[in-house]
Design a protein around this ligand. Structure first.
Ligand code: SME
Length: 160
């Protein structure tokens, strides 16, 4: 059994310190990328409040394909010229979207989503996956979330 207890009085950078530590412990020495993505999706879902979707899209050929996640069933394939995920994978940069309705080409997998954070995972300079977080709250994600998830993406670079 893996039991990760989350202190209720921590937030911001400290919360991501704990999340990255748990992710490191869970994935260390495990070479199976699907198992690692599945466990990380579960951790994101457990640690971060106010999410309605948390998970991965993987680069397969020239498009993104759905990976392990928590939340409602989602779009399976995303071309790189579409959506927030496509923008993150195409540019290799974090996309922090305070209002998804204002993002041209946003793909609404769940109509409840109002804000979104997508962080690319890179290996040897190439995007291999993106971490996608959605929230039903407008403006749910801030720079502290972007930095925290970027730290997680750095850890996962060699573990997916
Ligand atoms: N909203 C994303 C699509 C993926 S779902 O949110 C799970 C996008 O615009 O790329």
């Amino acid at each position: 059994m893996y039991a990760f207890d989350i202190a209720t009085d921590i937030s911001g950078t400290e919360l991501y310190d704990e999340l990255v530590k748990a992710a490191d412990a869970l994935t260390a020495g495990e070479p199976d990328g699907i198992a690692n993505m599945a466990n990380i999706a579960a951790l994101l879902w457990q640690y971060l409040p106010d999410l309605n979707w948390a998970g991965f899209y993987r680069m397969v050929g020239d498009e993104l394909v759905l990976g392990p996640f928590q939340g409602k069933a989602a779009c399976i394939r995303i071309p790189l010229d579409k959506g927030v995920c496509g923008a993150a994978a195409r540019t290799g940069t974090t996309q922090l979207v305070e209002d998804v309705h204002a993002f041209p080409g946003h793909i609404a997998c769940d109509a409840a989503s109002r804000s979104e954070l997508v962080v690319p995972v890179t290996r040897d300079g190439a995007v291999i996956a993106v971490i996608d977080l959605d929230s039903p709250l407008p403006g749910r994600f801030a720079q502290v979330d972007a930095s925290g998830v970027e730290r997680l993406a750095g850890l996962l670079s060699s573990r997916l």
